[in-house]
Design a protein around this ligand. Structure first.
Ligand SMILES: NC(=O)c1ccc[n+]([C@@H]2O[C@H](COP(=O)([O-])OP(=O)(O)OC[C@H]3O[C@@H](n4cnc5c(N)ncnc54)[C@H](O)[C@@H]3O)[C@@H](O)[C@H]2O)c1
Length: 251
């Protein structure tokens, strides 16, 4: 039996990059996948790529509290429960602190951190109904562990995701609701989000030089770690941080 057979998995930011690769991996592992993203066109193409009518997509801005409530209602009607939640949607900005407006700070922390709180709070009642034991996977970054210059708002948000994950894991364990909560911390992964870095050869070369394995990660290599955190192989893991970074944070 495939690892996620009969499971219902929700992936945010599923239209592109790591989220899309995760949706494909989960579907191949037998899950029914709900793909959520704010980009309707890319979402339709990702759903078509899965090529099976058991999956469905939902247009969601992860910073929108009402949108989350609507999605929870749709999942409740369709399945009555949720087994896996991947809070993946997000992006960063390279900007000095001096040049960061309060509006931009709020936008970055909203999409990367508020979204994780909203997703967790809204979906927890459905995850508690999972007969597999619910699994929440929160997208942090190596920038949630080790900081970088000119990325203050992103580092703050991803660091917040890391510790919120641990708080949520402890709370779920204390409640005895069977829900595990872990964070994932990719290093440099080649996706539409990061591809433009390589337009500047010097910046691209520096990123690779900072990666001991000497290459960028592939989205599917993060999706493989997502699959591990989603399934029974990680059933004794909660409050953990899984680093997938080609050795970057080992230095
Ligand atoms: N690529 C990397 O090197 C890397 C490294 C560490 C962490 N991450 C994190 O991984 C996650 C995915 O990044 P990616 O590289 O796959 O990026 P990507 O741009 O390829 O995909 C991100 C997806 O999120 C969606 N999205 C953005 N804002 C949204 C919103 N408000 N509501 C709903 N959907 C929204 C986009 O439409 C897009 O489809 C992000 O949280 C990112 O910070 C990426």
């Amino acid at each position: 039996m495939a690892e996620l057979t009969d499971r219902i998995a929700l992936v945010t930011g599923a239209a592109s990059g790591i989220g899309r690769a995760t949706a494909i991996r989960f579907a191949a592992a037998g899950a029914t996948v709900v793909l959520a993203d704010r980009n309707g066109e890319a979402l339709a193409s990702a759903l078509a790529e899965l090529g099976d009518p058991r999956h469905f997509s939902f247009r969601l801005d992860v910073t929108d509290e009402e949108g989350w409530a609507d999605l929870a209602a749709a999942i409740d009607i369709a399945f009555g429960r949720l087994d896996v939640l991947v809070n993946n949607a997000g992006y960063g900005a390279f900007r000095s602190i001096a040049d960061t407006t309060l509006e931009e700070w709020r936008a970055i922390t909203a999409v990367n951190l508020d979204s994780v709180f909203l997703g967790t709070r809204t979906m927890l009642p459905l995850l508690e109904k999972s007969h597999f034991g619910g699994s929440i996977i929160n997208m942090s970054s190596i920038r949630g562990i080790a900081a970088a210059p000119f990325a203050g708002s992103y580092c703050a948000a991803k660091g917040g995701v890391r510790l919120f994950t641990k708080a949520a894991a402890l709370e779920c364990a204390a409640l005895g609701n069977g829900v595990r909560v872990n964070s994932i911390h990719p290093g440099h992964v080649l996706t539409p989000l990061t591809a433009k870095v390589h337009d500047d050869p010097a910046q691209g070369a520096k990123l690779l030089a900072d990666t001991p394995m000497g290459r960028a990660g592939d989205p599917d290599e993060i999706a493989a770690a997502m699959l591990f955190l989603a399934g029974d192989g990680s059933r004794y893991m909660t409050g953990s941080e899984l680093v997938v970074d080609g050795g970057s944070t080992a230095q």
